[in-house]
Design a protein around this ligand. Structure first.
Ligand code: SR1
Ligand code: MG
Length: 421
């Protein structure tokens, strides 16, 4: 396989092309008995489940274009290289949080990894109204560990700079984020789409100078503040859950950027799932308790992130920043704590800013969320989306004055009661 020129796999060719690879045979057994399905439902790649007599594995292969749009939008295959490199770093930084990688082939843009079963994509669970104990804790700790341990707070200078250079090559995927997330929602970009009933609100948002400035400030932070290795696309479609376990998948957008980007994007997707619940309720109001649960997960993500970040700051701050020689070693423990609080406050502001912008782009841009899109009743869908847009605007523009998660959650509850359209 390694000597062969890149060629997309198909269910019919997988056994012949991958059957000789020991790492895969060891998990799936005799290739003659494999059964292969293509199950990719994301925006970019091919994903195959290989079921064999020995077990199942996932083979994920990049396509040379954006699957969602087609061959008219070419995209380099090297994103598989960034995904592989991110996965092995995330596993080292937060063991057990991501699927185990069994095989990587750079030429074929192919990562073969653990098949997570009986896990489902979290987004589907959020539409079905299913709860997962401990979810916010796992995700908050994942953010704290991968972000802290992938930053100057933890890494030695040579490793940090080598990784910064490595992930700086993920140019095209950063370009997608820079355009699709931070700019396209705020003008009539070609690939945008939105629910027609939102027209007046969309016009208002596109005329909102404070909002456009906020979006560009956040874009500037994304493009210039190389604070930590990010997952880069941490939404609820990048999380798989079972009754007892949560795993994070799909880090092909990995890059160095501000910590608040991952946390903000993640929280935004929970908040949109919150506003979407009336569109999935069995009877009117039947999802009220479930909405409370979603907000409790948001609360837990931030509180667990802060707690774990604090622990790591005190126990693992061995990188190039805020050296102990300047603080604890001189008896200035309180100074180290002050610096930690300053850093957490900056991450919080970024988190709110990125959260607000993500809520806009998933409603107005090219890439939407199933929680909204699957609401068949357009008027109801628009009402849910309008609430998300309103909260998104408040978080992005007022990110410097909203100082607690309680304020965010109260705002969400309040907006959830409003009739906007
Ligand atoms: C063209 S790619 C559109 C979106 O899909 C990915 O999941 C990212 O979120 C990207 O912005
Ligand atoms: Mg993805």
């Amino acid at each position: 396989m390694t000597t062969r020129k890149y060629e997309p796999l198909s269910p019919e060719t997988v056994a012949e092309r991958l059957g000789a690879i020991d790492a895969i045979r060891a998990r799936a057994g005799d290739p003659a008995a494999w059964s292969v399905r293509e199950v990719g439902d994301g925006n970019l790649n091919l994903v195959f489940i290989i079921d064999g007599p020995g077990g199942s594995v996932i083979a994920k292969q990049a396509l040379p274009y954006v699957r969602l749009v087609g061959e008219g939008w070419p995209l380099p295959l090297k994103r598989a290289f960034f995904e592989y490199n991110a996965l092995i770093r995330q596993e080292a930084r937060d063991p057990g949080s991501v699927p185990e990688v069994f095989h990587f082939d750079e030429e074929q843009a192919l990562v073969v990894m653990e098949f997570l079963s009986p896990h489902v994509i979290l987004r589907h669970s959020l539409m079905a109204g299913k709860r997962h104990a401990g979810l916010g804790g796992v995700l908050g700790r994942f953010c704290a560990r991968t972000l802290f341990r992938g930053s100057d707070l933890s890494m030695k200078t040579a490793d940090r700079k080598a990784d910064l250079a490595l992930f700086a090559g993920n140019v095209e995927l950063c370009d997608i984020t820079e355009n699709l997330v931070f700019s396209d929602p705020y003008f009539e970009a070609e690939m945008n789409r939105h629910t027609p009933q939102l027209d007046p609100i969309v016009a208002e948002l596109r005329a909102d100078i404070d909002l456009k400035i906020a979006a560009q400030h956040m874009k500037s932070a994304f493009a210039t503040n190389a604070e930590a290795m990010l997952h880069g696309d941490l939404h609820t479609g990048s999380v798989m859950v079972s009754d007892s376990e949560t795993r994070v998948i799909d880090p092909e957008f990995a890059t160095y950027g501000p910590m608040g980007f991952d946390i903000g994007m993640l929280i935004a997707n929970f908040l949109m799932a919150y506003f979407a619940q009336p569109g999935h309720a069995e009877t009117e109001g039947s999802r009220a308790d479930y909405q409370d649960w979603i907000l409790s997960v948001v609360d837990e993500i931030w509180s667990e992130f802060s707690t774990e970040f604090t622990r790591l700051w005190r126990e693992e701050r061995h990188g190039i920043l805020y050296e102990r020689a300047l603080f604890e070693d001189q008896g200035h423990d309180l100074g180290a704590e002050q610096a930690r609080l300053d850093r957490l406050a900056a991450i919080w502001r970024d988190t709110l800013g990125f959260c607000g912008i993500e809520m806009h782009r998933r409603t107005l841009g090219l890439a939407h969320i199933a929680e909204y899109d699957q609401i068949a009743d357009e008027a109801l869908r628009a009402q849910c989306e309008a609430r998300g847009l309103r909260l998104g605007r408040a978080l992005a523009v007022r990110r410097a004055t909203i100082t607690s998660m309680d304020e965010v959650l109260d705002l969400a509850r309040h907006i959830n009661q409003e009739t906007i359209l």
